[in-house]
Write a protein that binds this ligand. Structure first.
Ligand SMILES: NC(=O)c1ccc[n+]([C@@H]2O[C@H](COP(=O)([O-])OP(=O)(O)OC[C@H]3O[C@@H](n4cnc5c(N)ncnc54)[C@H](O)[C@@H]3O)[C@@H](O)[C@H]2O)c1
Length: 305
């Protein structure tokens, strides 16, 4: 089978592409390298370079992809406020273009990189997919709108929207200090021994290791029961920022932190209700945070060595 992986030069897209290549599938990739890197693109990927919001990039894509895994996008809530129109183009217009391309090519499924940012402010309880979606950032608005377009065209192109929570692990961009809570803290801890926490230490998140996320993408591509669903991709475990920093400490001895500033559109706390992930994608066991952090910190140290 031929698979199109967009955002193939990015953190999650490169991992997902490697999984499909390893299973023997042909992989085409697309990326404009606005935040990703050419060197991330796994060998063997047939690459189309360009912004998927531009019709010219869509025209250059191969026409024989059966599966579309759409991970390209501007991936930071904070950055979405710098230029909201650009965020809308990069995340939502690109998705609409790709849906229409998928229909024209007769693709059999479209899996979309949605986000927990769709939910906005939520109570301190596991958040199910049926919860109201009232995003707080321009990024979240764009992700939710993209899900809306997928529903509009669902009869012509079956979809799965994966609402990923906080993904972390090797391959994450340690030079980007505006996306990825774990990678931002780890990068600062390794570089300076001191982490700036923008917002309360009592905020809480659901941190999911990259291998578990890749498994969710794999299952979402094939499982019949996932079609037409938005599915949370989180561990169901609530971890506050203070606990995250304490869990990082053994891997970066002597690290410290201070609280200063805030992030626009930040959610104060959110973690997943994982029942649908279990029922529809068969995932109930996850890499524990301590183990994931050990692997990530080991990789990060090797990068800087
Ligand atoms: N990392 C997370 O915790 C997380 C959580 C929820 C959702 N997501 C979503 O998952 C996807 C992948 O995230 P990531 O962490 O790998 O981010 P990333 O920035 O590492 O990867 C995104 C890739 O998409 C490319 N890109 C951006 N806009 C593009 C466009 N219009 N056309 C072509 N290429 C484009 C970038 O150059 C980059 O290589 C994103 O859509 C992001 O919004 C990520």
């Amino acid at each position: 089978m031929k698979v199109l992986v967009t955002g193939v030069g990015g953190f999650i897209g490169a991992h997902v592409a490697r999984r499909f290549l390893a299973a023997g599938h042909a992989v085409a990739g697309a990326d404009d390298f606005s935040s990703g890197y050419r060197e991330n693109v796994p060998p063997g990927v047939e690459l189309v370079e360009g912004d998927l919001a531009e019709p010219g990039t869509i025209t250059a894509l191969p026409r024989d992809c059966e599966l579309i895994l759409h991970l390209a996008g501007q991936s930071s809530g904070e950055i979405s406020f710098d230029d909201p129109v650009s965020d809308l183009r990069k995340n939502t217009v690109s998705t609409l273009n790709l849906i229409r391309y998928g229909i024209a090519c007769g693709a059999r499924r479209f899996v979309y990189a949605s986000s927990m940012s769709c939910y906005g402010s939520v109570p301190d309880a596991p958040i199910a997919e049926s919860s109201p979606c009232l995003p707080l950032s321009c990024y979240g608005v764009g992700k939710l709108a993209a899900e809306g377009y997928l529903r509009v065209y669902a009869r012509q192109l079956p979809f799965v929207a994966l609402r990923m929570f906080n993904v972390y692990g090797p391959g994450q961009d340690l030079s980007n200090l505006r996306q990825g809570m774990v990678s931002i803290y780890l990068a600062q801890a390794l570089a300076a021994g001191r982490v700036q926490v923008k917002g309360s230490l009592d905020r809480f998140r659901d941190f999911i290791y990259i291998d578990d996320v890749v498994e969710a993408w794999w299952q979402a591509a094939f499982r019949a029961e996932a079609a037409g669903q938005a599915i949370n991709v989180g561990t169901g475990r609530r971890t506050c920022v203070r606990e995250l920093l304490e869990a990082m400490r053994p891997h970066v001895p002597g690290m410290d932190w201070y609280v200063e500033g805030s992030t626009p559109g930040d959610q104060s706390g959110i973690y997943a209700d994982g029942r649908q992930l279990g029922e529809q994608l068969g995932m109930t066991r996850f890499v524990p945070l301590s183990e994931g952090l050990a692997r990530f910190a080991g990789w990060a140290r090797a990068q800087s060595a």
